[in-house]
Write a protein that binds this ligand. Structure first.
Ligand SMILES: [Mn+2]
Length: 240
């Protein structure tokens, strides 16, 4: 969609998309086990990158042990990891991400930390990820505002944490008309804990949480970018 088939020189790439991990309380809790399974899947599928679309942490008082544990898990993978914040770990002054900067603990971490948006071209791959850091979960925060145009030499991914087609007054709204206007190969959403396909063009999905209480349906999304083919994104169970 971002270039004509004849000129598509991009190398194939695989991205693992997760969100809403809500790591918080204890080591060896179900949230931790599910996060480990996501890392296992990224390793097994030899993914070029891992994207966490917000709410990696459940709150801003997360103990340093949890943050160090996350870094040790990411080190098992060792590829580029893109981190967007969500409403549970918003990027304000007392954010968990200001107290414990994962970038100090994991050298391949790319943090979308700019409220007006930032973009990373991930090394070793042609995947590029843009997203806006949430500072306040409020109706004024528009996760997709001023998203950049896709570049033909990149797999253009947009990451956003918010609520699709929210009623007026809800926080961090994402609207269908905005999705229609995006130019991207894939839009990776977080916030809703159950996986869904939100939009077809560009392909837009909530990954769902790797674990959420009361459900045995835990998983994440594997996105395959192949030149001259539609983007393939498939929700994959972590229970197998
Ligand atoms: Mn959220």
């Amino acid at each position: 969609m971002t270039s004509s088939p004849a000129s598509d020189m991009r190398k194939p790439a695989t991205l693992v998309h997760t969100s809403d991990c809500h790591l918080d309380k204890t080591l060896d809790g179900p949230e931790q086990q599910a996060f480990s399974s996501v890392v296992d899947l990224a390793i097994k599928r030899d993914a070029d990158a891992l994207l966490i679309a917000g709410d990696l942490f459940d709150h801003n008082r997360v103990k340093p042990e949890i943050v160090h544990w996350v870094a040790s898990e990411l080190n098992r993978y060792s590829g580029p990891v893109v981190l967007l914040v969500g409403n549970h770990d918003v990027f304000h002054e007392s954010s968990v991400h200001n107290k414990h900067d994962l970038r100090d603990l994991y050298e391949h971490l790319y943090m979308l930390d700019q409220p007006d948006g930032s973009i990373f071209d991930l090394p070793g791959t042609e995947i590029s990820v843009w997203g806006r850091a949430m500072v306040e979960h409020a109706p004024e925060f528009q996760p997709l505002l001023n998203a950049p145009k896709a570049r033909p030499d990149k797999w253009n991914v947009i990451a956003a944490h918010g609520l699709v087609n929210a009623e007026a007054g809800r926080s961090s709204p994402i609207y269908t008309h905005e999705l229609n206007e995006l130019s991207a190969d894939y839009v990776a959403l977080g916030h809703v804990h159950v996986h869904s396909v939100v939009h077809e063009n560009p392909l837009t999905m909530y990954s769902g949480a790797p674990y959420h209480w009361g459900s045995d349906k835990t998983g994440c999304i594997i996105v395959d970018f192949v030149p001259n083919e539609p983007v393939q994104a498939e929700w994959t169970s972590l229970n197998e």
